[in-house]
Design a protein around this ligand. Structure first.
Ligand SMILES: NC(=O)c1ccc[n+]([C@@H]2O[C@H](COP(=O)([O-])OP(=O)(O)OC[C@H]3O[C@@H](n4cnc5c(N)ncnc54)[C@H](OP(=O)(O)O)[C@@H]3O)[C@@H](O)[C@H]2O)c1
Length: 291
């Protein structure tokens, strides 16, 4: 993780919070607020790693599907059983719900670390909703977290203790890689690149499929070729020590078909310029959404 300013997960994949024994669970009791796409992906990762007790707050009907041994789901925060004291409270609700949702959880500020994955909600903004002394981690995961292939970038607020930092690291690392930064403003380009990145890759899959159809391939074959090319290329990238550029060069025979296609994509710097402009636009939008 070249950009990690504090890559705890590389040093300490297992948390050491000094907390009491947890009956074999690597995690203390957790509270997850919002069990939608990202919340349920995180929960799946924690359960895979042996999470034994959590409460999920989510009013949607689908949230009932998250019930499992040790996992309870309630619609509203006042249903949380008295005496339940989470060491981590994870906010995975939409940013626009934050002001209505977060203050109900301020009562856990004494002992818990709050982990917010809400896009655009700064440490300062979340702190105003939970109390200025609250221990807050802001993180930006991405949807491959659902298959433990995500990447998360996180920044810790000034009230986060070392043990809370380790706990947050361990929780976020359960769904893929994690990098820590000290400069919160870096979360804007992070949002643009890895937060939204899966959408750009899926667009490429769509475009390859459409181009295959246009060249007369049967629909099923066009779809399979597009999907498996992306899946296989990702796996090759993951398995290789080579740079992406070298892997690209290895596919590109001089004066061959791939070279011809790449010449079109790079004519007048077309693709490089477009990708750069797209990331710039997303980074600016992330800054605009910030409060
Ligand atoms: N999806 C991504 O790629 C991605 C990447 C990085 C970060 N994030 C962040 O992750 C957060 C969640 O995104 P998502 O894509 O998982 O959204 P989502 O699928 O809509 O999940 C949000 C969940 O919160 C529930 N909810 C609504 N009001 C609630 C309340 N008062 N208390 C508890 N739960 C409540 C929603 O229920 P209803 O459906 O009934 O409203 C929904 O199940 C967002 O802040 C987003 O910025 C998402």
């Amino acid at each position: 993780m070249g950009h990690a300013e504090w890559p705890i997960s590389e040093r300490s994949p297992v948390i050491e919070t000094g907390a009491p024994a947890r009956g074999g669970s690597p995690f203390p009791p957790l509270l997850l607020v919002g069990g939608g796409r990202m919340g349920s992906a995180l929960l799946a990762g924690w359960r895979d790693r042996g999470l034994s007790q959590a409460i999920v707050i989510d009013p949607s009907e689908e949230a009932a599907n998250l019930v499992a041994p040790g996992i309870e789901v309630f619609a509203l925060p006042h249903e949380i059983p008295t005496g339940f004291t989470p060491e981590a409270v994870v906010f995975a609700v939409k940013p626009q719900s934050a002001l209505a949702v977060l203050p109900s959880y301020a009562r856990f500020a004494g002992g818990a670390v709050f982990i917010s994955i809400m896009a655009g909600k700064t440490l300062h903004a979340v702190g105003q909703m939970l109390g200025v002394k609250a221990a807050i981690v802001r993180a930006m995961p991405n949807t491959p977290a659902a298959v433990r292939q995500g990447i998360t970038v996180a920044v810790a607020g000034c009230h986060v203790s070392n043990s809370q930092h380790l706990l947050a690291d361990s929780l976020l690392a359960a769904t893929g890689q994690i990098a820590w930064v000290n400069d919160e403003s870096l979360l804007d380009p992070v949002t643009a690149i890895s937060g939204g990145g899966p959408a750009y890759v899926f667009l490429l899959a769509e475009l390859l499929e459409q181009a295959g159809l246009a060249q007369g391939l049967p629909a099923d074959l066009a779809r399979d070729l597009a999907r498996q090319t992306i899946i296989g290329s990702g796996a090759l990238l993951a398995a290789s020590t080579e740079d992406a550029a070298n892997l690209r060069i290895a596919v590109t025979s001089p004066n061959g078909t791939t070279e011809r296609a790449l010449a079109v994509l790079r004519a007048d710097d077309a693709w490089p310029k477009l990708v750069s402009q797209a990331i710039d636009a997303a980074t600016k939008r992330s800054r605009e959404l910030q409060d």
